[in-house]
Design a protein. Structure first.
Length: 364
């Protein structure tokens, strides 16, 4: 296999030069190859890349063995059978081989892996950070990104979970429910986005019909709210609150009653602070309280210590441990619109009433 790869790399080079004539003997071909390679200059950037690729191909067996050995320490904390670990190391070795980098940088990466992993736990534990800080350099970021989809579906694991666990001896795949166990943090729920939209912090709840029935009970008292429901029968949380305040400005008790009936079955006791906030006239405060209580409900339900957000497109991470963290991310622009629906679409019932946390392109 490595000789086929050698031929491919070599052909990539010679195709940019004068075409080779068909050789009459393998010895003639050997001499032509040696002559061509001897013309490559190490101080020429393009030539250096070709030489580096050829070096890696020639030393495939040696490099592959070094990769396998380097990947053992990050796996020491995993409760997996040895054959499973070996298969994972083989797969990661292939991913590393495919990274766009030179031998020297790959060697540095292997040294870091052999020392325990490439994930800087202290950096990952920060409220907001970049891949380059968390994984140490661009090559580490590339490897984690290459592993974004690795292991998805195995033991109900999602994107990024195997990447974190297999690249650090301080992060484990969690047993049973939950995503990861992280040293110094505890049980971590991971929401990793491979696209622009992040994961939602919740599941289940009232249907569109059930929520519409709540509002229809008060239709004569909240005409603006009813009018704002779109043709598909759904209504976003922001236009809902704006219309409801317009309808009930001087009647906070009515407003609180409607909100309690609308979100109480979903949030349970965590709806109470939202209802209390609705007594005042600050729509923004009601929305922020909803997001915070949504987070608290989710944490209580799934029993985790921290929520870790990852955006592969924007190469960012965010560690949320409390209400202060989530509001700080929202206020600093690191979390975009939470896409909450007061009334979900028919297809989105059980999802759309929960906040969607998507990391933006905002700089660190």
């Amino acid at each position: 296999m490595r000789y086929k790869e050698f031929v491919r790399v070599f052909e990539d080079y010679v195709n940019t030069q004068k075409p080779l004539r068909e050789y009459k003997s393998i010895k003639q071909a050997q001499q032509q190859i040696i002559k061509t390679l001897s013309g490559l200059q190490a101080d020429n950037q393009e030539h250096a890349k070709i030489l580096d690729k050829i070096y890696k191909i020639i030393n495939t067996d040696n490099i592959g063995g070094k990769m396998d050995q380097a990947l053992i320490p990050p796996q020491t904390d995993e409760k997996l059978a040895e054959p499973a670990k070996q298969k994972i190391r083989q797969d990661i070795t292939q991913l590393i081989s495919n990274l766009d980098s030179n031998y020297a940088n790959i060697n540095k990466l292997l040294k870091r892996l052999k020392a325990g992993g490439i994930v800087d736990i202290k950096q990952l534990a920060q409220p907001i950070n970049s891949f380059s800080n968390v994984f140490g350099d661009e090559l580490g970021s590339q490897l984690f990104t290459a592993m974004s989809n690795y292991g998805v579906g195995i033991k109900q694991k999602g994107p990024g979970e195997f990447g974190f666990a297999m690249l650090s001896n301080q992060i484990q795949l969690a047993d049973g429910e939950g995503d990861l166990q992280m040293k110094g943090v505890g049980k971590v729920e991971l929401k990793a986005a491979r696209g622009s939209a992040g994961g939602r912090i919740g599941y289940g709840g009232m249907s569109q019909q059930q929520k519409r029935q709540v509002l229809d009970k008060y239709a004569q008292q909240i005409p603006v709210t009813i009018k704002n429901i779109n043709p598909a029968g759904s209504l976003g949380i922001v236009p809902f609150l704006q219309a409801l305040y317009q309808d009930t400005g001087n009647n906070p008790k009515l407003r609180q009653t409607i909100i309690k009936e609308l979100i109480g079955p979903d949030l349970g006791k965590f709806a109470n602070p939202v209802v209390t906030a609705a007594k005042g006239m600050d729509v923004g405060k009601v929305l922020d309280t909803y997001i915070v209580q949504n987070f608290e409900w989710y944490r209580a339900r799934d029993n985790f210590d921290a929520l870790l957000l990852v955006s592969f497109p924007n190469k960012k991470t965010a560690m949320i441990r409390n209400a202060k963290d989530i509001l700080a991310l929202k206020q600093s622009g690191h979390i975009s619109s939470t896409s909450i629906s007061a009334i979900p679409t028919k297809a989105g019932a059980g999802r759309e009433q929960w906040a969607q946390l998507s990391l933006t392109k905002a700089g660190i």
